[in-house]
Design a binder for this molecule. Structure first.
Ligand SMILES: [Zn+2]
Ligand SMILES: [Zn+2]
Length: 362
């Protein structure tokens, strides 16, 4: 008993000394921790250790519904070139946290012009200009209407442009590199043309694919090919035969999805509480999104090797909801299925077969 008391007194004394030491040297200790963090992250090239290949940055897997996930966004690094597909709210901050190489950014692509896919575009243009050190505006490609959207964002950032040039100087923020050049991709539902190569350089090919997000027309998915590896991005769509066709044999299909039963329950709950206006929105949205099973069917018919879900509705706030949301998807697609998360990096080494998943947040 006496020994136990002595041990307790000893432990309490050690604790008091440790606490007192921390309190006394708090500034030195926290300065050391901060300096270590700065040295480890700032100015480092986070792509230095990336193998040659296709790398997919999940910068936003969310939807317009509030959640911890940013709005839809996928960054791609293919060899020495980088691209961004959609720029949902909060996603560009995620992209920067993931160490995305803005200085390698060649162009950005909009799947369609719904607000949740463009509301981070201003931030993308700012980061492309300042972090990316651009000397020419960023090409932004998308469906008809892209010109007015992009020009609107550029106009909204004109005051900021002047403020930053005045403060940092033209050698730091090149006035000629500010903003964006919109390019409208012409793929209309009425024609037979369902896919169009929109970028081809140094082994990287990007193809726009017509998808079905009616009444939003046209809406596009995209496919990226590089050194024998390929991925496709659905954008917003129901099950789309042209997306299946355009995604033939891809290593990874990234597909949006909405669980109609879960959303129907949410609509009913809103209705019951007298929020019929919001309930109506919830009842409308399943008509232009794929269910998780639809996406699994698309992946299977395309012969995709892996399926990754993004832009998930409703937000999957706990892992326990994954099985409910997936429903029978695993019966429809027998390959690996991954529920995407913000910060996930998917790497496909050139000319290989493997697909590596990691977390890239720093
Ligand atoms: Zn949409
Ligand atoms: Zn959307």
């Amino acid at each position: 008993m006496k020994r136990l008391i002595l041990i307790c007194i000893g432990l309490a004394a050690i604790g008091a000394i440790a606490f007192g030491g921390f309190y006394l040297f708090q500034r030195q200790i926290t300065t050391y921790i901060f300096d270590r963090g700065v040295a480890r992250t700032l100015g480092q090239d986070p792509t230095a250790n990336l193998s040659d290949g296709l790398h997919v940055y999940l910068c936003g897997v969310g939807s317009p519904l509030p959640s911890e996930s940013a709005g839809p966004c996928i960054g791609i690094v293919a060899g020495q070139k980088a691209f961004v597909f959609d720029a949902g709210s909060g996603s560009i901050r995620n992209l920067m946290r993931m160490g995305f190489p803005m200085e390698k950014l060649q162009s950005a692509y909009l799947t369609h012009l719904h607000s949740d896919h463009i509301d981070g575009l201003g931030e993308l243009l700012l980061q492309a200009w300042v972090s990316g050190g651009r000397s020419v505006p960023l090409p932004v490609l998308g469906p008809p209407g892209t010109k007015s959207v992009v020009n609107g964002f550029v106009a909204a950032y004109q005051v900021d442009r002047g403020l930053r040039i005045a403060h940092h100087g033209e050698t730091v923020v090149n006035p000629a590199g500010h903003g964006a050049t919109p390019v409208e991709i012409a793929l209309q539902g009425g024609s037979n043309q369902k896919a169009l190569t929109v970028y081809e350089k140094e082994g990287v090919r990007i193809t726009a694919i017509l998808v079905d997000h009616a009444p939003v027309e046209p809406a596009y998915g995209f496919r990226v090919d590089y050194k024998g590896r390929s991925i496709s991005i659905s954008g917003d769509t129901i099950y789309s035969p042209s997306f299946v066709e355009g995604s033939k044999g891809v290593d990874v299909m990234l597909h949006e999805a909405l669980d109609p039963e879960m959303v129907a329950k949410m609509a009913a709950a809103l209705e019951a509480r007298g929020q019929s206006r919001t309930a109506k929105v919830f009842r409308d949205i399943p008509s232009y999104h794929a269910s998780p099973e639809d996406a699994a069917r698309a992946a299977s018919e395309a012969g995709a090797k892996e399926l990754v879900y993004y832009h998930m509705i409703p937000p999957l706030t706990a892992r326990v909801l994954h099985a409910l949301w997936l429903g029978n998807s695993r019966d429809k697609f027998t390959g690996p299925i991954t529920i995407g998360e913000d910060g996930m990096l998917i790497s496909l080494p050139a000319d290989g077969r493997e697909v590596h998943y990691s977390r890239a947040f720093r």
